[in-house]
Unconditional design. Sequence first.
Length: 92
Amino acid sequence: MQQTFHSAVQNTNEMMQPPATITVKDSLYLTDMLSWNLLAMKKAHFFATNTKDQTIKSYLDKCGQMHQKHYEQIISHLNAQQSLSSGTYQQQ
């Protein structure tokens, strides 16, 4: 059983760098991730502004900030990749 597992792990091809193009499926997943983080950020903000308990408010604010950070990280990765790919097209 362990030999099968180890041989299956050894045969997988890991990508060291993401591909230069984004597939439709990748694009849809990125859109979903952005939507999920934006919605979670909005919900955390809404509930933080509507609670009177300061401890809960603090946790909700931290939760909203975490989702905002994730949202901004995804956007920055996409912008960086777009800058690299547009530079490549201009050189050709």
